[in-house]
Design a protein around this ligand. Structure first.
Ligand SMILES: [Fe+2]
Length: 447
């Protein structure tokens, strides 16, 4: 920090600190225009010779310039200082945060994990990140990674951006206040937040501690799935996605700017808050979504539908209908199918499935799969209801039943997940997972 900056540190104000009355604007992928100070947005052009209030104009591109119009993502940020004002980056070590490819061999074994404990030592959101699995490759911008976080302190004096992938954050315990260049988002358990590639953020913990999951998407940005015969409405409706309004920090100090770049963390000094965007417009911005607003479509006659009907967001691959990664949820709903085995059917899938649980229990497992835990069923690895669930469901009375105490999710990818060393040897693995199916008997009553 310069001496001048040090002198100014206490004298500067932070609009962010003064008020956390968070408001939003809505509509998935809309082109927004928002300003924290009256008339801060240039009118009629993006880059005037002098920007109102003498701010700097800076474009943040989330797609190639030449991408088709419906794929084109960019926002214009009007800020106190341009993003290039920081010291040189130096690579730093993080013991558990990794980028693909990993060193381990991918496994066909069905895997299940206990929850990640809240750390005993102080750890902020970045300190508390642990990579569990991943696929594809950060350098070829294909695939995704599954991370967990468990934190007990705010990110103090440091800011973070991820150059490798957008981050779909799924809180399981504790709400997050995510301050971004575009404004503030608060996300609590039952909601998700999506942070675009390159967006600078700072995360504070509303309850003093927090835990959850992250899908880091290296591939094409998340979008709403096509609805096909469902029609124009249903599943996650576009107007329920909330984007921040402009809000800025004008703050000087000895800060750090952390970048995740090609799987590694890099640190640079910065003498001001980089969350200094006074106004912005565009369609490249962070957003949140309340999973309780997902309109569930399901069978009202017989049989168990494929889980694609539960897709909230999808990152497509080059092959139509085959996702780089899908985010699907299994929320509270009515179960009414007649003459049907109602839990998920036994199956083997060419897609690979990582599952987590936010609330309650999951219909295919009586025990062992708990909130904060996870499971992985890789390409063609068999899975389905455990023995206890099968026995119960095969003989249950088929009256309409409300599945209330549940909220599970899945990151499903066409690419095979490789697990990390921590995932296999970090003490969370349930070595007896296969036992949950061993009570299933051979069943064939010969005619
Ligand atoms: Fe499955």
């Amino acid at each position: 920090m310069t001496s001048k900056a040090a002198q100014q540190k206490d004298a500067t104000s932070s609009k962010l600190d003064k008020s956390l009355q968070v408001s939003y604007q809505s509509g998935f992928g809309n082109h927004f225009a928002t300003e924290a100070e009256k008339d801060a947005l240039p009118k009629g052009q993006n880059s005037p010779q002098r920007v109102p209030y003498d701010l700097y104009a800076e474009q943040l591109s989330g797609s190639s310039f030449f991408a088709a119009r419906h794929e084109n993502l960019r926002s214009w940020l009007y800020r106190i200082r341009p993003s290039v004002l920081h010291g040189p980056f130096q690579k730093i070590c993080h013991p558990y945060l990794l980028g693909r490819p990993f060193q381990n061999v991918a496994s066909p074994n069905q895997l299940r994990w206990n929850p990640l404990p809240i750390p005993e030592k102080p750890a902020d959101f970045l300190d508390g990140l642990v990579t569990i699995a991943g696929n594809g490759d950060v350098s070829s911008v294909r695939g995704c990674a599954v991370h967990l976080y468990a934190a007990n302190k705010n990110m103090e004096g440091r800011y973070f951006y991820n150059a490798d992938g957008e981050m779909l954050i799924v809180p399981e315990q504790g709400a997050l206040t995510i301050s971004t260049e575009c404004g503030i988002i608060q996300a609590k358990p039952g909601e998700i937040a999506v942070i675009p590639v390159g967006m600078k953020i700072n995360i504070a913990l509303d309850a003093g501690q927090a835990r959850g999951y992250i899908c880091e998407n290296y591939g094409p940005h998340f979008r709403l799935p096509n609805l096909g015969p469902i029609g124009a409405n249903g599943l996650a409706n576009p107007r329920d996605f909330l984007y921040p309004v402009a809000s800025y920090e004008e703050k000087l100090g000895d800060f750090e700017l952390i970048s995740k770049f090609q799987g590694n963390l890099w640190k640079a000094t910065i003498d001001h808050s980089p969350l200094d965007v006074v106004a912005w417009h565009g369609n490249y911005a962070p957003y949140k979504y309340d999973l309780a607003l997902f309109q569930v479509v399901n069978s009202v006659s017989f049989d168990h539908n494929d889980p694609s009907i539960f897709t909230v967001l999808t990152s497509p691959s080059e092959l139509a209908g085959t996702a780089n990664v899908d985010f699907a949820i299994f929320p509270p709903r009515w179960n009414v199918a007649e003459h049907t085995f109602r839990p998920p059917y036994y199956h083997r899938n060419v897609m690979s499935e990582y599952m987590g649980l936010i609330v309650g229990s999951y219909e295919a497992k009586q025990e062992g799969f708990v909130p904060g835990g996870g499971s992985l069923h890789n390409r063609m690895s068999a899975h389905g209801p455990d023995s206890a669930t099968f026995e119960k469901a095969a003989t249950a009375a088929l009256s309409p039943k409300k599945m209330a105490d549940t909220l599970a999710f899945m990151f499903e990818s066409s690419l095979v997940f490789q697990t990390t060393e921590f995932a296999l040897c970090g003490g969370l693995t349930q070595s007896d997972y296969l036992d949950c199916w061993q009570g299933l008997k051979g069943q064939f009553k010969k005619p």
